[in-house]
Ligand binder design. Sequence first.
Ligand SMILES: [Zn+2]
Length: 673
Amino acid sequence: MRIAFEEESRRWLISNGLLEAAFQLTPSGDFQFQDLRHLSTSWTKAGIPAPSLIRFRIKDGAQERWWDGTAGYQLLSHRETPTSRGGRQLSITLQDHARRLELTVDLEMFPKDPVLRYGVRLRNLSGETLYLTGADMLAVDLAAAGGNYQALRVEQWMPVENPADFKANISPLDPSGKQLVIESGAHGRDCGWLAVADGSGRGLVAGWEFDGRANAAISHDALRDILKLSATIQGIHHPVEPGEEFTLPRAFLGAFQGSFEEAGWVTQRFVENALARQPVVRGETVKEFPFVGWDSWAYGQALHETTLRRNAEAAARMGIELFIVDLGWARNMGDWHADASKFPSGLRALSDYVHLLGMKFGLHVALAESSPHAPVLKQNPDWRSSKSYGYYGADSLCLSHQPVKEWITAELVRIIDEFDVDWILQDGENMVKECTKTTHTHHPLDSNYSNAVDGLNAVVREVQRQRPDVLWENCENGGNLMTFQMVQQYVTSILNDASGARSARQAVYGATYPFPARYADRYMPEERLDSYITRSYMIGGPWIFMNRLTEMRAEDIQFAAEEIARFKQIRPLIRNGRISRLSPPPAEGITDAIAVYDPDFGLGVAVVTRDQSPDSLPRVRFTNLRAHITYLVWFANDSRSLTMTGQQLAEDGVLIFLPLAQSSEIVYVEALR
Ligand SMILES: [Zn+2]
């Protein structure tokens, strides 16, 4: 890692040998992004004489205006510091000419990724309260230097009238400068990520680390030769007291060369190396992660300890490692004590039994919801957020109201201790509530920001500080908060709930562009199993059975146990590997294929699924392997074993025997040394 400063020109260069970025404070005091260089292919995006990275709106008394990199800044200081996970950070501190604000631009790089992470902090020097009323987390303008730009965005899960379901949308950028908009964050349409590449495959990825709503945009203005990015927080009105320093949510910008598969890989690797919460318990990385789990929702809220014990016994026999009690265990939402009619022996007794069977105990908590009949809302009716989202009849709580935050934090710690919880399945409807109340401790116009950062994020962070050995799964009635803030607090995320086998494959196909495979957990509701069903859930993060194990036929139980053993064999690959899409997105009438390779391309696994296609002998071509390496190829069902080079696997491909209209095969490839 190299950080250099040229005193005379006030130019900084930050490089990790993979990516190099240069910034300058010009003689007139403008802070500019000078260029971004992808060192392995040596392509460069030149900066343009325009402000960069700094873009926010301040309300200062009666005045309200946008600030950017052109405020006649003076350089106060710059310093280099080590950050977590081997990163290094250059912090450049500037002061505006009127001495109302001090700004620090943090530029961070990690050793193995062609990615620049950055953020802006601002300190109020004015002596009066200032309000931050707008913020762009991705204020980047670069020279376009190319044409035929295509952008990729991936949807979240929204089961509404116009549903969104992890579709990967590739669209050309209009060279007239028309914006392509990405609506991210809680209850937004898209994941908080974008990728863009020109006709020669010179590409950028960008992600922003914010759970509230943000609208990102990208545009290509060919006439002025500008590629313009932004990601603007939709609703912030945050007081910054005199002397206080406020930190804006961070973002990152990475470079790649090639297809959008490369864009995904650059992002996934960076997320694992730099951002994602690791599955660490008592200081040790959990080797069995991602787990095979079971969830009680096949019984809905009609839970009973006897049924759950029988399911726990069956689960343990099948090799399931995580046993989750879903919604319905408590007296009521918000009244987080076990329902004694469902758990006459107590919920702790069930947790102990699950532990005795060798599994981890997971519990569903809708931490921002409460029944109107729960004592907490009877005693504190004003703790509701101004908008309620009706999660199974509950009212919503405002997590950024200080008393609510303190109460739910203490409740979560108590729940963890009382029931010996290893895993929290966080759930609810829209985890970033809208609340415009004037009676709460947050500003009424600051809901989107404060319910995300000071609400949800702060609650989870504090509980995790107090109880660091509990792993958290992200859910908000499905994968509806697919952000790069989310990955920092949760070890996995639900995708499209228990929507069935084909949907599970579709969701994984899209979600694993921006996110590592372990953030694609799948819920399997089926009880009658065959290879088509089980393998539709095989690639991804935790594989969670959401069925009645005690009602499964013996042959299905036996088959499930064999398939669980297969999953456990391939999960080290899933944990660290690179997803490669070998077909168009899964759909009825075609055969789809998705692979995961280890980072050195020595080992790979592909799941090939025939979904009512007429072709019983599809040919699958393995892209992205090493052309000149010889691989041994074998199968889960088929007894053939083949020896082929990476080039043959890519060009000729492999014929897969899939005699049934809905069936699936697993193909293994391993480099011969
Ligand atoms: Zn509120």
